[in-house]
Write a protein that binds this ligand. Structure first.
Ligand code: SF4
Length: 212
């Protein structure tokens, strides 16, 4: 193919035609290859914001340390939300915690993903009747992967990561942050139902009276 293209170079007309064809094909192929590469890199470089809530926060350290060593899959912790791609909400989420979760989530740069870890984050779990704990995390922020159990073991969390990586790699995912933006009125209405109008983060300069 390369040889064939080079052999056209002496003939001006053929060269123009060959370039035209090569470009058209090239753009198509390049986009596919680049997109595949981006997805692969994205899946294999997951920065998880260092944060934990509920019992799952106890299961997470073994995942990131030498016993399970999830870094071999390209998953590492990072201290700041703006540098993170993934947030794990690792268990029950009280109203106070949810404020911080929403704030952290909105500060993360895109593309970003959320893993809901454990029954409490998925459907309220044993806190179903609680007066101060939310039932469904995905009513308030976009969630990309649910890992069931009470408490899910480190293996379950790792499987959640592997499945999420597969979906990102194969471009087989409708990311929660897209849904969050498209259906923002839905999420915002749910947030306001709990917190009223003054929800952090409302990126406004006047924080007077806000409980943050
Ligand atoms: S799902 Fe179970 S282990 Fe997880 S936060 Fe709820 S009670 Fe704790």
């Amino acid at each position: 193919m390369q040889e064939g293209f080079v052999s056209y170079i002496n003939d001006q007309k053929d060269m123009a035609q060959a370039s035209l064809e090569a470009d058209t094909e090239g753009i198509k192929n390049t986009q596919t290859v680049i997109q595949k590469a981006i997805n692969w890199f994205r899946a294999r470089s997951m920065f998880v914001v260092a944060y934990g809530t509920g019992c799952g926060a106890i299961e997470m350290p073994p995942v990131f340390t030498s016993r399970y060593d999830i870094e071999r899959l390209g998953v590492v912790g990072v201290a700041t939300p703006r540098q993170a791609d993934i947030m794990i909400v690792s268990g029950y989420c009280s109203l106070k915690t949810l404020k911080r979760v929403i704030r952290t989530y909105e500060q993360m740069s895109e593309p970003k993903y959320v893993i809901a870890l454990g029954s409490c984050a998925i459907n309220g779990g044993m806190y179903w009747d609680s007066y101060n704990t939310i039932k469904k995390l995905d009513d308030y922020i976009g969630v990309d992967m649910f890992v069931t159990g009470c408490m899910p073991r480190p293996e379950a969390l790792i499987e959640g990561f592997v499945k999420l990586q597969d979906r990102i790699k194969n471009n087989n995912i409708e990311p929660g942050y897209i849904k969050y933006k498209e259906d923002y009125q839905f999420y915002r209405a749910n947030q306001e139902r709990l917190f009223g109008k003054n929800i952090a983060p409302a990126f406004i300069e006047d924080y007077t009276g806000m409980d943050i």
